[in-house]
Ligand binder design. Structure first.
Ligand SMILES: [Zn+2]
Length: 270
């Protein structure tokens, strides 16, 4: 019995030794295999506001919940990067460090400045805000016309500049929040192309990313985005991303007003 144990121990040491030798000799994989843990979560927010009259829990997260979520990420060692930083890493054929996450906010509501920005600063986080170029300083006219959401003030250029100086990234959500798959293709092309040019002029920085309004895209819209010079475009398809993800249909994890911390943790960590 004792002899058998000794033989087992020798065998295990040999196997362990072989395993170590193999790991040391094997080339270090450039990309992690596509397990959920290695993929990059891109969270999608819209409004961060305590005001019930600013909309329902679909698009509005309260500042308390937003803070709780940012605290959760901070305490678990997550670090935020911008989409430009992610693509720089991927262009070098490298893998972002574990616990890398991207925060995005669509539409550019003024509440992003009033309520989300102080919390982001508190935790040293960055985020990417997708602006509706021709509506900056105005209101969410696209929703008002459809009567789907209340009348909400959007960010001003002054607020955008202040956030930009801190390190918040601003990208395109088209000129007028057009539904790119249903408008005339020429209009869709102008919405995609001109918003990039105008935002770059106003921001004095490259605009490399587009978020499709309503998450709507198809092959032709995706080609327009590619041809306009964007590096990637974000959808509302649910999931995480790695270097093999379709760059013109990047996935996101939508955070809603009724996403509790347990569900938030599950979305981020799974
Ligand atoms: Zn939108």
């Amino acid at each position: 019995m004792a002899l058998r144990k000794v033989l087992w121990a020798i065998l295990l040491v040999l196997i362990g030794g072989l395993g170590l030798a193999k790991a040391a000799e094997a080339p270090v994989p450039v990309f992690s295999t596509a397990t959920g843990k290695d993929k990059i979560p891109i969270l999608m927010y819209h409004k961060v506001s305590p005001y019930i009259h600013h909309g329902g829990i679909g698009l509005r997260v309260t500042p308390d919940n937003f803070e709780e979520q940012m605290k959760y990420l901070y305490e678990r060692g997550y670090r935020t990067i911008t989409l430009d930083q992610l693509f720089d890493i991927w262009e070098r054929r490298e893998t972002p460090p574990p616990r890398t996450i991207i925060l995005t906010l669509d539409d550019g509501y003024q509440d992003n400045y009033l309520f989300a920005f102080p919390i982001l600063k508190k935790y040293g986080f960055t985020a990417t805000i997708f602006l509706v170029c021709e509506r900056v300083g105005g209101f969410n006219a696209w929703d008002i016309r459809r009567e789907t959401q209340p009348h909400i003030k959007l960010l001003s250029w002054q607020e955008i500049k202040e956030m930009q100086q801190y390190g918040i990234s601003f990208q395109s959500h088209t000129l007028t929040h057009a539904s790119l798959t249903t408008v005339d293709p020429k209009i869709a092309d102008t919405e995609i192309r001109l918003s990039k040019v105008k935002l770059e002029q106003a921001l004095g920085a490259p605009v490399n990313f587009l978020a499709y309004p309503y998450g709507r895209s198809n092959k032709s819209v995706e080609k327009m985005a590619r041809d306009a010079g964007y590096k990637a475009a974000l959808s509302t398809c649910v999931g995480k991303n790695d270097i093999n993800t379709n760059r013109f249909r990047m996935k996101r994890l939508g955070i809603r007003g009724n996403t509790d911390l347990e569900e938030f943790a599950w979305l981020v960590e799974r």
